[in-house]
Design a protein around this ligand. Structure first.
Ligand code: F6R
Length: 259
């Protein structure tokens, strides 16, 4: 795992977008997408790179991590809609290649199995972008999620519903259920890139990166993956005990070693 500390959120977003850019330029055919404000700067920079630097998403398959169950298709806060609005409407990704768990399916548990199967057949994902919840979730794998979990129907914690209430008309409007890729599903991706910014993420980042591997902090499962880059700003890095070492690694990166 490499922890990359950037001065601010914009710089962190550019770093994560740069990793995606390089992977696609080198022929990666699949990309994993997360939602949440943490990712918006990354998507803005990917759109900029598409417009200004010739980054192309032609032939790329993109997979969403998760979506809410119980809100109508086209709801402005559905993960699929956020990704369409913030990213895919502005790039050359074929809409038919944007794959997502359909939260509107009449049988969400069966939909989760369908999505997992589809991902298995089309994947693995090359670069998977991740955000992290204040409680350590990735995707919508809440604390207590099995480290071996696959895509499934999941119940959100009230903490997460409270966090996300700002995007809905209050907490009562936030769905209780989601379909999310499991922790083991996420772990199939070749390269995991987690981005976290702001002081409210500092505790979760420290637990995920330096705490024990435990279902109590789902993101701690990243410690078991062979290729993880955690991109944080100074504020999100503020509770990392080994921060001096991470900075030392950055200063003395061996020539040619990449993220
Ligand atoms: C949603 C997802 C979540 C978010 C995480 C951070 O698709 O994957 O894990 O990335 O909750 O969200 P924000 O950016 O709202 O803090």
């Amino acid at each position: 795992m490499e922890v990359v500390i950037r001065p601010d959120a914009d710089d962190a977003a550019r770093t994560a977008a740069g990793i995606v850019h390089r992977a696609l330029a080198e022929g990666a055919g699949t990309l994993g997408l997360a939602t949440g404000p943490s990712l918006l700067g990354v998507y803005r920079d990917l759109v900029r790179r598409h417009r200004e630097e010739g980054l192309s998403f032609t032939g790329v398959d993109a997979f969403l991590l998760d979506d809410y169950v119980g809100i109508p298709a086209g709801h402005p806060q559905s993960c699929a809609e956020v990704i369409r609005r913030e990213l895919t409407d502005h790039i050359d990704l074929d809409p038919a290649r944007l794959h997502r768990p359909r939260g509107t399916a009449s049988d969400p548990a069966a939909e989760a199995r369908r999505f997992e199967q589809h991902l298995t057949e089309t994947g693995p994902v090359g670069v998977q972008l991740l955000g992290i919840g204040g409680n350590g979730h990735i995707g919508f794998n809440e604390p207590g999620s099995s480290l071996a979990s696959r895509t499934r129907l999941k119940t959100l914690t009230d903490d997460t519903r409270r966090d996300n209430a700002r995007f809905f008309r209050g907490i009562d409007a936030v769905p209780r259920h989601v379909i999310t890729q499991g922790l083991a599903t996420i772990g199939e991706a070749s390269h995991l890139v987690l981005i976290a910014t702001g002081p409210h993420k500092a505790g979760a980042v420290a637990a995920a990166v330096e705490g024990p591997v435990t279902a109590a902090c789902p993101a701690s499962v990243l410690q078991l993956h062979r290729h993880v880059t955690v991109v944080v700003d100074e504020l999100a890095a503020s509770r990392l005990e080994l921060h001096a070492y991470y900075r030392c690694v950055a200063r003395h990166k061996p020539v040619g070693q990449r993220y």
